[in-house]
Design a binder for this molecule. Structure first.
Ligand SMILES: CC(C)(COP(=O)(O)OP(=O)(O)OC[C@H]1O[C@@H](n2cnc3c(N)ncnc32)[C@H](O)[C@@H]1OP(=O)(O)O)[C@@H](O)C(=O)NCCC(=O)NCCS
Length: 203
């Protein structure tokens, strides 16, 4: 057998192994993906009994503080989402809500998110501000909090910030990177910082 033929055979065997290995990895990956979702959903249930059994977590979800959090049926929660309740804070998530990765929801009074809401990646929903009096460092001042109400079927775009005391009406859309500083009426499309209504949803 000459050298070039031996080389071709070696290359073919190598290609065959790479293709076979890539198939095996692909199959294992599918199983590990399913396993990961089941594992992290069980972790959530273990740390938060008030989460419905049907809630799915894509990856690790952080539950912090007093854990006064309820999560409804068929919700799906993305990687590194953080829920925190402090003092009198309560977080209530309705049914069929989708929360994308990196979202932070922190409550010192009350945050309600209605059924079918979609929360984009890296959204911040916080119902409290640090005290801002001049006589002491803000770090050590008590929080001022005011409840947030997010209606049914609301879509909040990526990177948005929802401040304390805000109500977002049913069916509204908040554009990416908006800062919501005032109430948004139902079925509005609002964008920007501060978020302003630019139109209404139509059929
Ligand atoms: C809010 C949104 C749905 C509006 O879409 P649309 O109705 O097609 O709006 P248009 O693209 O026609 O924009 C209308 C006007 O609003 C402005 N605008 C749109 N989105 C904006 C935003 N996020 N911030 C600031 N201005 C925005 C546009 O520049 C345009 O201004 P103009 O009339 O002066 O040119 C869309 O822009 C958006 O932000 N989607 C969120 C995407 C996202 O975060 N996905 C995460 C997946 S969960």
């Amino acid at each position: 057998m000459d050298n070039s033929l031996a080389h071709k055979i070696k290359s073919s065997i190598l290609y065959f192994f790479i293709i076979a290995l890539s198939f095996i990895i692909k199959i294992c990956y599918q199983f590990s993906y399913i396993f990961k979702r089941v594992y992290y959903s069980a972790c959530l249930k273990a740390s938060l009994w008030e989460a419905d059994i049907s809630v799915q977590c894509d990856s690790k979800v952080y539950i912090l503080g007093t854990k006064k959090i309820t999560i409804g049926k068929r919700c799906r929660i993305g990687r590194d989402t953080e829920f925190e309740t402090e003092e009198y804070g309560i977080i209530k998530i309705g049914d069929d809500v989708r929360i994308n990765r990196g979202t932070t929801i922190v409550s010192y009074s009350k945050i309600n998110i209605g059924d079918f809401a979609i929360i984009g990646e890296y959204v911040s929903i916080r119902d409290a501000n640090h005290g801002m009096k001049l006589n002491m460092p803000m770090r050590y001042q008590p929080h001022d909090s005011s409840p947030i109400e997010i209606g049914r079927d609301v879509w909040i775009g990526r990177g948005s910030c929802i401040l304390g005391g805000i109500t977002i009406g049913d069916g509204s859309v908040i554009g990416a990177n908006s800062v919501v500083t005032k109430d948004i009426p139902a079925y509005s499309i609002a964008v920007g910082s501060p978020a302003k209504v630019i139109s209404k949803r139509k059929d």
